[in-house]
Design a protein around this ligand. Structure first.
Ligand code: SF4
Length: 288
């Protein structure tokens, strides 16, 4: 079977994840023992690679009983209570919170303290339970409302009170605009903040074109990745022959046709090396 294969030049980790992974690797190289609070990246293959080098992941519950150690905070950020626990337990924090997320946390905190005394509500469009969303809710002492759709917005928001709307950084712009429009149409006073990360939004147009320009697309991302779901849905909307996999072993060769030009791309949590591994695999098949 003849295939031509190309990697999307703009796919690979976003800056926030690059920074966190590089920092983790530099500590691992120095042999310094530390723990990552939660998975450093939503990609099981990359996690296994880092675990083989000594990375240890702990949960929020485990953090409570950990003392006198170093703990890495990933790019998604953490709520203030994590920093309080660290202080209480004499933990050294290696803070890899992405600067974009830090700015967003600051803004959510400021706006909450400005509007809450007047009865205003901070609403976060994001995935309930996602680490970044938990970090944002923590800025409001748990007072923010999390919505993931128009339906949950309709159910959870009190439309007799003003609203300040923020988005998780990796959500899709179109979905966010729909939720914002829905709240506006309720007639309530609403302030909408543009908080989708530019690293994500700028990939949209490019990725749409990339998916359309190839007869088949292999999209690589962890199942847990919110950004992976958004970008995969985008690719699928312009190319029905779009296949989402987590690693090279999940490639199903039978989906390809002779002469296909295959595009390989991924989420902001998918490392470049993984795309290259799939490229080599498909190229070798082609040469058989
Ligand atoms: S997607 Fe954007 S905000 Fe989120 S970690 Fe990456 S660079 Fe930071």
């Amino acid at each position: 079977m003849k295939l031509s294969v190309e990697i999307d030049p703009r796919s690979g980790f976003c800056n926030g994840v690059v920074r966190a992974v590089e920092k983790a690797e530099s500590y691992l190289r120095q042999g310094e023992k530390f723990y990552s609070l939660g998975a450093i990246v939503h990609n099981s293959v990359e996690l296994e690679r880092l675990k083989a080098k000594g990375l240890e992941i702990i949960s929020a519950q485990e953090l409570e009983t950990l003392h006198d150690k170093s703990v890495l905070i990933r790019a998604h950020g953490e709520p203030p209570r994590t920093y309080r626990t660290a202080e209480r337990n004499n933990l050294k924090i290696i803070d890899c919170t992405c600067p974009v997320v830090l700015q967003l946390q600051k803004k959510v905190r400021e706006v909450y303290h400005r509007i809450a005394p007047q009865g205003g509500q901070v609403v976060i469009f994001g995935k309930t339970g996602h680490a970044e969303v938990n970090g944002l809710v923590g800025q409001t002492d748990g007072g923010a409302i999390v919505v993931d759709s128009i339906e949950t917005a309709a159910r959870k928001i009190d439309f007799t009170r003003p609203v300040a709307l923020f988005s998780q950084t990796t959500k899709g712009a179109a979905e966010y605009a729909e939720v914002a429009d829905f709240i506006r149409k309720s007639g309530t006073q609403v302030e909408v903040f543009d908080t989708i990360c530019k690293q994500v939004s700028q990939r949209y147009e490019h990725l749409r074109q990339f998916a359309a320009d190839h007869s088949a697309v292999v999209f690589v991302s962890g199942r847990e990745s919110s950004n992976g779901k958004v970008l995969f849905d985008l690719c699928s909307s312009v190319n029905p022959r779009c296949y989402r996999i987590e690693n090279v072993s999940q490639i199903d060769i039978s989906v390809f046709r002779d002469g296909d030009n295959v595009g390989i791309c991924g989420a902001t949590s998918t490392p470049k090396w993984q795309l290259e591994e799939i490229f080599v695999y498909l190229r070798d098949i082609t040469e058989q």
